[in-house]
Design a protein around this ligand. Structure first.
Ligand code: FAD
Ligand code: DHB
Length: 389
């Protein structure tokens, strides 16, 4: 088989890149290790920056998002029974969209099907070759038979545990990492959201977040020690802990119900540089991970896709190499700013085992500053709605 761009990974970045390219007549093949049902069952992000909203529209997959997504013009930060509202619209002129990653992936698969896009599921042993030559290719095994795809470029959209990043020689790749001493226990439930907007709650027992997907579907999180297992947490225990950590008015109104998904995600900051090696381009979680505080993971994957898509477009349509040559530098500039924001939100809102009294006072004073300074609120809002591409 031959294609222009071989895309490893059929998560949101791989599917979105392939969809955007196809609409401009650029051919790609997506290789995904898992089944389609598995990819569609993953519950992950829920807050879209406006840049991502516009990119999805540009890809022709914005219709259901525009009909069913919920626009949020602000968010609530709560601590010690005071609540600060960050007014995105007033401070930045922008807003975010609540629409689940699961739904986006769904819409992208539907769009790929409708256009006859090639997505090969259950592709085992996917391996890129000749990435530092002019003629790369990718091999994989499907149903016991080995296949080969020749291509111009390889897009590594295969997440943190994928094969793409590992294909870059260690002498070239530099990795930066911070692992946090806690995780987030997340519960999805068919219950109404705790409030009209998200509530980020800071509490001495640990961080909590009230989020949502729809008017009848809620997503909540509580900070837990890394040693906790999902089996340790009954639904009742989860709701009781959440209620302790969120403001009283929200706890009183909170409607609880059975969980339909429950999982623990560890928190990590990670960046790999460069994001290009030869004819390989790393995109999304393959190159970087942020802790979820601030909802940047999926949105960063989208901005990478934007830069790579435009670089490929310039290469194929105008024969100009600058976009691709500048991909890693441009993407990383935005990645590091989102890393900084996610790290600072995580530091401000979580209880760290070793933070001590000094650390606690630092958090309190940061919040107090935020409450009384329009400049501080603007900085938070500007990052939350998304820095420009
Ligand atoms: P992925 O979604 O990881 O997709 C990569 C795809 O590549 C997968 O489908 C995988 O099966 C496939 N793949 C992997 N290896 C191979 C291989 N060798 N060959 C072929 N295919 C392969 N972000 C937020 O903003 N908010 C959140 O609340 C949030 N929660 C999260 C919870 C969890 C548990 C995790 C893991 C992430 C969460 N994120 C969240 C981050 C967000 O979901 C990711 O940033 C986003 O999924 C990145 O998209 P991606 O396409 O780059 O990678
Ligand atoms: C969600 C996750 C986040 O990390 C966040 O900051 C906001 C919302 C969510 O899953 O809805």
């Amino acid at each position: 088989m031959r294609t222009q761009v071989a895309i490893i990974g059929g998560g949101p970045s791989g599917l979105l890149l392939s969809q955007l390219l196809h609409r401009k007549g650029i051919d790609s093949v997506v290789l995904e290790r898992q089944t389609r049902d598995y990819v569609l069952s993953r519950i992950r992000a829920g807050v879209l920056e406006w840049g991502m909203v516009e990119l999805l529209r540009e890809a022709g997959v914005g219709q259901r998002m525009d009909a069913e997504g919920i626009i949020h013009e602000g968010t609530l930060l709560a601590a010690q029974n005071r609540t600060i509202r960050i007014n995105f619209r007033k401070l930045t002129g922008k807003a975010v969209m609540i629409y689940g990653q699961t739904e986006i992936t769904h819409d992208l698969y539907d769009a790929r099907d409708a256009m006859g896009g090639v997505v090969i599921h259950e592709a085992e042993g996917v391996t890129p070759h000749g990435l530092d030559s002019d003629a790369p290719h990718v091999t994989y095994v499907k149903d016991g038979t080995e296949h080969r795809i020749d291509c111009d470029f390889v897009a590594g959209c295969d997440g943190f545990h994928g094969v793409s990043r590992k294909s870059i020689p260690s002498s070239v790749l530099k990795e930066f990492e911070r692992v946090y001493p806690f995780g987030w226990l997340g519960v999805l439930s068919e219950t109404p959201p705790a409030d009209d907007e998200l509530i980020y709650a800071i509490h001495e027992r640990g961080f909590a977040l009230c989020s949502m997907r729809r008017a009848d579907l809620s997503r909540h999180y509580v900070q837990v020690p890394l040693t906790d297992r999902v089996e340790d947490w009954s639904d009742d225990a989860f709701w009781a802990e959440l209620k302790r950590r969120i403001p009283e008015h929200a706890a009183q109104r909170l409607v609880t119900g059975p969980s339909i998904e429950k999982s623990i995600a560890p928190l990590r900051s990670f960046v790999a540089e460069p994001m290009r090696w030869g004819r390989l381009f790393l995109v999304g979680d393959a190159a970087h991970i942020v802790p979820p505080t601030g909802a940047k993971g999926l949105n960063l994957a989208a901005s990478d896709v934007h830069y790579l898509y435009n670089g490929l477009l310039a290469h194929y349509q105008d024969g100009t190499p600058e976009g691709l040559d500048d991909y890693s530098r441009k993407a990383l500039l935005r990645v590091w700013k989102a890393e900084r924001f996610s790290w600072s939100m995580t530091n401000m809102m979580h209880r760290f085992p070793d933070q001590g009294d000094f650390g606690q006072r630092m958090q309190e004073s940061e919040l107090d500053y935020l409450e009384h300074s329009t400049a501080a609120q603007t900085a938070l809002a500007e990052n939350y709605v998304g820095l420009p591409y």
